[in-house]
Write a protein of this length. Structure first.
Length: 97
């Protein structure tokens, strides 16, 4: 799945960064570019949210500040339109995430 490979992760305990405005803004941008059913869109956003949270938590454990950890997690995932395009392509090919 390219850019969004490995998104099927569980959310880390505590969700220390999930309510950050950077993450909410990123998720809004992804959501607006998704061409999926409501249910599929919800699952896609949840997967992306979990991935961002897991990534940010890992960077926090590695010593990054909260802001750095979030920025790194977002950067590693990629541009919102590219992430959305991967999910849209997956749907177009008949795969279920």
């Amino acid at each position: 799945m390219g850019v969004v490979q490995g998104l099927h992760r569980r959310r880390s305990a505590g969700d220390p960064v999930i309510n950050d405005e950077q993450i909410r803004s990123y998720l809004r941008r992804v959501r607006s570019a998704l061409h999926l059913s409501r249910q599929q869109r919800g699952r896609a956003i949840e997967e992306i949210r979990n991935h961002l949270d897991d990534g940010a938590c890992a960077h926090l454990r590695d010593g990054a500040t909260r802001e750095q950890a979030i920025a790194l997690a977002i950067s590693e995932l990629g541009q919102p339109d590219v992430v959305a395009a991967e999910f849209n392509a997956e749907r177009a090919h008949g795969f279920e995430s």
